[in-house]
Write a protein that binds this ligand. Structure first.
Ligand code: SF4
Ligand code: MSK
Length: 652
């Protein structure tokens, strides 16, 4: 039996230290559960298992042994396409339901019925109201917020016509969507349609089913997620560049430590506000704590990082490792990406796991229902429970790695405008010019999760380093952003070590890092809108599909990532994924996603589990776009790769 404490699970030294500590304590981690499940079902991996009706489950052997279709006659392509569309529908539903919760809170806050919330960004509120054709004269922010929320609600429930925010896309892209029949109507309607059309015996044409998946994903990217981002900026304020720290070392054993984990900023914003109130600080001091330390995991972390510089404790695969420190007094969870296994820690240490969403409960975990109408009151209740847990912790052993890194976060379309263009030239012109003159080769969005099938964070770091040494500016969201923040790639000094000479010159001139943090998973819409601005600025393509840009998710794992990849590719962007979609046993579906969809949308997918090779594919694509634009000359040769981390070696 190999000693599992010696297994290299992560390239992050803090994570690896906590993996070893967890094994000493006898905890089971996600990697162990993954290994215990081997071999995983290859029918599922290839997308060839259907259980959409009770005549099945039907499993089709890709090597021609046994049946070549399901009981109903569904082929491998029909089965895999239907499974994919269902994944996309769930991913779109998750992001969009998050968006709907923000709409709900905005409407409540506008009516004065959401305790603790206020409209922090009236400028963006007015801009949105004008975009929606609402009269703004003589209306206070509360009234306008309610009207904007009503318009957004109507778009979620729209039954006919086109989703309102689709008109933000370049006309050429809208035309492609229209011709392919994928222009989304309402967010909810598209999710329901995808579920209906994949019911047994409805849609049986593989390419048509894939288009249904794409349409549903577009309703997420140009609908649910885009509303989530825009209206969060209205409610909580638009982020601006700020400094913070990331990694488990931000946990302070002498303080009351609260980790917020999940996705929705409505909760995490109130936890931050409650932790800063005099009564909570006094209570913490009475309990003997040196203050209240909030830190985040996953995307809710990115939300409060972007707006309040609240430190990040870690990304997806660090949720158990943070708990294993013994220094977390409460982990407050809402929705998405939370391991059910978290309860294991609540049962054997003073740590409290507190679920808060009406949609998500956990066996063996205490639940405090979060209601926006009394947000601050509920948040204070939760913070109070964390203080009690701190007292219960007493002198118990804590092990916190002394590892954290500085980063700059808080980039948005608006703040990239002013950072790159300066106060007097708030334009994308400097970026487009740097691309035209060959200082910057292009822009890549590298996003997404962690995945136990690849050494934690290694995919993100190897890909991003390869991109920036080749003068590709990188923008990031989600757990990928957290990985690079922890590795020091999000501070301006990183340009001196890792960036190619052209990108380094630009970073020096405007004082930015070569890797920019643009937020949480729903904030991938900021990347779409930055592409729209690059097109509007002109000179590097008349459509998103003509821009020298690419996207990637080297360690993706969730259904949300499937929706994101589909809407990004269908928006004209070449998108490289680490693990493949579960469609590889279905030749028609595979060929359409990896090739055929490019003629319909200008973008397509690639599956490449070697992150450096993935980066090279993206660079090749960017170069082909540069060549088509007559921009083939780069100013400098790429720099040599910086020596790999000792730990960055193997797949787990
Ligand atoms: Fe089998 Fe067809 Fe039913 Fe799927 S829908 S389980 S392939 S009979
Ligand atoms: S949290 S979806 S693990 S990025 Fe957005 Fe991270 Fe992926 Fe969850």
């Amino acid at each position: 039996m190999p000693d599992k404490s010696k297994k290299i699970r992560s390239v992050d030294p803090a994570a690896q230290q906590m993996v070893e500590h967890s094994y000493e304590k006898g905890f089971t981690l996600a990697w162990d559960r993954y290994e215990a499940l081997q071999p995983q079902c290859q029918f599922g991996t290839l997308g060839l298992c259907c259980k959409n009706c009770i005549l099945g489950p039907c499993r089709i052997d890709p090597f021609g042994e046994g049946a070549d279709c399901g009981v109903c006659g569904a082929t491998v392509d029909v089965i895999a396409a239907r499974n994919l569309a269902r994944h996309a529908a769930v991913g779109a539903a998750a992001h969009s339901d998050h968006g709907r919760d923000i709409v709900h809170t905005l409407r409540l806050a506008g009516a004065g019925g959401a305790e603790g919330y206020e409209i922090k960004n009236e400028t963006k509120l007015i801009k949105l109201a004008e975009e929606f054709g609402l009269k703004t004269d003589g209306k206070d922010a509360g009234k306008l917020a309610q009207e904007v929320a009503e318009v957004a609600y109507a778009d979620f429930g729209r039954q006919e016509g086109q989703l309102r925010l689709v008109s933000r896309a370049p006309e050429a892209q809208q035309k492609m969507w229209s011709e392919a029949g994928v222009t989304p109507t309402g967010v909810d309607a598209e999710v329901v349609r995808a579920l209906h059309s994949t019911h047994m015996g409805v849609d049986n044409e593989p390419e048509h089913i894939v288009r249904t998946a794409i349409k549903t994903a577009l309703a997420d990217g140009w609908g649910g997620s885009m509303y989530a981002t825009d209206l969060s900026d209205v409610l909580f304020g638009a982020p601006d560049p700020l400094k913070a720290r990331a990694n488990l070392g931000v946990i302070r054993p002498e303080a009351v430590n609260i980790i917020v984990h999940g996705h929705e900023p409505t909760l995490s914003e109130m936890i931050v506000a409650a932790s800063q109130t005099p009564d909570m600080l006094e209570k913490a001091a009475e309990a003997g704590a040196d203050g209240i330390q909030i830190a985040g995991i996953c995307c809710t972390a990115n939300e409060i990082l972007m707006r309040h510089a609240i430190p990040i404790a870690g990304n997806f695969l660090q949720q158990e490792l943070a708990l294993a420190t013994g220094a977390v007094d409460a982990m407050i969870v809402d929705v998405q990406c939370v391991f059910p296994n978290a309860a294991q820690y609540a049962s054997c240490m003073s740590t409290r796991i507190i679920s808060t969403s009406t949609k998500a409960r956990f066996e063996g975990v205490e639940h405090v229902e979060f209601e926006e109408s009394r947000g601050l009151e509920v948040a204070k209740d939760i913070v109070g429970r964390a203080i009690e847990a701190f007292q219960e912790r007493g002198d118990s052993e804590t092990v916190v790695p002394d590892v954290s890194e500085e980063l700059v976060a808080g980039y948005t379309v608006e703040s990239i405008f002013s950072t790159l263009g300066g106060r007097y030239r708030p334009l994308f012109r400097p970026l487009n010019n740097a691309i035209r003159d060959g200082r910057i080769r292009g822009v890549a969005g590298v996003v997404g999760c962690n995945n136990v099938k690849i050494t934690h964070d290694e995919g993100h770091l190897k890909m991003v380093r390869e991109l920036i040494r080749n003068d590709v500016l990188v923008v990031q969201t989600g757990c990928s952003a957290i990985a690079c923040a922890k590795a020091g790639l999000m501070k301006p000094e990183a340009a001196e070590v890792y960036a190619g000479e052209g990108l380094r010159e630009v970073c020096r001139a405007v004082g930015i890092a070569p890797v920019l943090h643009v937020g949480s998973c729903v904030d991938n819409t900021r990347i779409l809108l930055a592409c729209v601005e690059m097109v509007k600025e002109g000179g590097i393509g008349d459509d998103i599909s003509e821009l020298p840009v690419a996207g990637a998710a080297p360690e993706w794992m969730s259904e949300k990532a499937i929706a994101i990849a589909l809407y990004v590719a269908a928006s004209g962007i070449y998108t490289c994924l680490g693990d493949s979609f579960p469609i590889m046993g279905a030749p028609k579906v595979r060929n359409y996603l990896l090739d055929g969809m490019e003629k319909d949308f200008g973008g397509k997918l690639a599956f490449e589990n070697d992150p450096v090779q993935g980066a090279r594919l993206m660079i090749e694509h960017i170069d082909s776009k540069r060549e088509a634009l007559g921009l083939d000359e780069m100013m400098y040769e790429p720099i040599e790769p910086v020596e790999e981390d000792v730990r960055a070696s193997s797949r787990a």
